[in-house]
Design a protein around this ligand. Structure first.
Ligand code: NAD
Length: 339
């Protein structure tokens, strides 16, 4: 099948080409992100392959469908960047990679936690500059601390398992509790209790209308003074300006982000020669107790192999049967929530 691959980086090309030996699709690699400006590049392609920051709003989907695209193959699990109603109306199929390496994201999350706590990022720079002082590097034992995990699916469960190994107390919140988390000692509580008791709050739920700005001025007020907040899930789970206020008042003791609400203007690009125009993001960077990585939690060899293999299998399945096991159930996804 002829596939337009948007937002291609050298690593995408490398892993997709290797996985394509078994599929023999005609892959056309395009560097630009999919947007209203670039949608016409997909003219004549039955399948379009995209990543987390490609724009798939109603207008873009209409342009794609109008020029023959029937399948959107996401190289990621989340599909919050797709207008599902528009896709359903246009009769398009949206396929995704539901799991590629939950270990990659969970391990990065714990890496951020430890780095932020022991200020390893600051120590690295200090030592290279001949500054061997320890002032300002004081951390705390993670052992016996209370960790609040919001969303205990594949990634949240692994975070719980790793932190159980550290000897942490684990509080969890999920709309669908996971027995595997309870098996490693996690105790399900409501969000108010989780926010009130957790020394570290880590987010692993998807971005939905219900979870949008889950961390906001009110929920921050419910948290412990000095809480560590980690978000490796989706940027808009937290209201960034409220978090900045929380950092300024020292209610939030430290913050690590792998995702950011406006990341599509920044992440995955080398902007080191440019003036960053996002003042909110730049304010975050001024805090010594904020650590940001640019949506790299997924970025392991195993994850990229799995993403490439599953994406191409999804395309092959669609080619053979006009459907695939990993397609988003559009009717279910756009159905109004009960109650
Ligand atoms: P998953 O579907 O296995 O788990 C998500 C969990 O969230 C489920 O248990 C679900 O019941 C729960 N949930 C849904 N709505 C909720 C709500 N309103 N409140 C609390 N919990 C709720 O997904 P996963 O594979 O564990 O991934 C979790 C998230 O991680 C993804 O949605 C994605 O946004 C993010 N992610 C980030 C990266 C990265 O590189 N930073 C990579 C992959 C995934």
């Amino acid at each position: 099948m002829k596939v337009a691959v948007f937002s291609t980086k050298s690593y995408d090309r490398q892993f997709l080409i290797a996985a394509n030996y078994d599929h023999e699709h005609e892959l056309v690699f395009l560097e630009p992100r999919l947007s209203r400006e670039t949608a016409l590049l997909a003219k004549g392609f039955l399948a379009v392959c995209v990543f987390v920051n490609d724009q798939l709003d109603a207008h873009v989907l209409e342009v794609l469908a109008g020029h023959g695209t029937r399948l959107i193959a996401l190289r990621c699990a989340g599909f919050n960047n797709v207008d599902l109603k528009a896709a359903a109306k246009l009769g398009m199929t949206i396929a995704r990679v539901p799991a590629y390496s939950p270990y990659a994201v969970a391990e990065h999350t714990v890496g951020l936690m430890l780095t932020l706590n022991r200020k390893i990022h600051r120590a690295y720079n200090r030592v290279r500059e001949g500054n061997f002082s320890l002032d300002g590097l004081l951390g705390f034992d993670v052992h016996d601390r209370t960790i609040g995990i919001v969303g205990t699916g594949k990634i949240g469960q692994i975070v719980a398992t790793i932190l159980h190994g550290f000897g942490c107390q684990i509080l969890a919140y999920d709309v669908a509790p996971n027995p595997a988390c309870e098996a490693v000692g996690a105790k399900y509580v409501d969000l108010v209790k989780l926010f009130a008791d957790a020394d570290i709050v880590t987010l692993h739920c998807p971005l939905t209308p219900e979870t949008h700005y889950l961390v906001n001025q009110d929920s921050i007020a419910q948290m412990k003074r000095g809480v560590m907040l980690i978000n490796t899930s989706r940027g808009a789970l937290i209201h960034t300006e409220a978090v900045i206020q929380g950092l300024k008042s020292q209610k939030i003791g430290s913050l690590a982000l792998d995702v950011y609400e406006q990341e599509s203007d920044l992440f995955f690009e080398d902007l080191s020669d440019q003036v960053i125009q996002d003042d909110v993001f730049e304010r975050l960077l001024t805090f010594p107790n904020v650590l940001i990585t640019a949506h790299q939690a997924f970025f392991t060899k195993e994850a990229l192999q799995n993403i490439a293999e599953t994406t191409l299998s999804n395309i092959t399945d669609y080619q053979q049967a006009k459907s695939c096991a990993n397609q988003v159930n559009l009717a279910q996804a756009i159905a109004p929530m009960p109650g």
